[in-house]
Design a protein around this ligand. Sequence first.
Ligand SMILES: [Zn+2]
Length: 112
Amino acid sequence: MPKTKTDYDDPAVDRDLYSGLMRLHILHHAAEGPIFGLGMLEELARHGYRISPGTLYPLLHRLEKKRYITAKLQRDGKSRRTVYRATPLGRKALAAAKIKVREFIAELFEGE
Ligand SMILES: [Zn+2]
C-alpha cells in the first residue's frame, strides 16, 4: 500500500533541514512554561512549520531522551494529556544554543 501523505505535512517544509530549529523552538516554549502536543503543533504552525503529530512526537521524544524535557501525564477533567517541561539540563542547553543562534543570525543577515 502506498504511503499516504497527511494534509498538514507541508511539502515546502524540509523537516530534515528545520528539525533542529523546531527542537529549539519546542525547548524554548518548554522552558517558558508547560507545553502539550496539540498546543505545540499550533504554535509551530503559526511560525510556518505545519507538521503532523507523527513528526512532532519523535522530536519531543528525542528531547525527552536527552533529558532536556520531562513528560508528565496530566488529567484535565475527563481527558488526559501529556505535558512537557524543560529540565535544568534543557535550560542549560537552550542558553548555550541561544548564543550560537544569535551569532548565526547575525551572520545570516550580515550586510542586509
Ligand atoms: Zn514560538
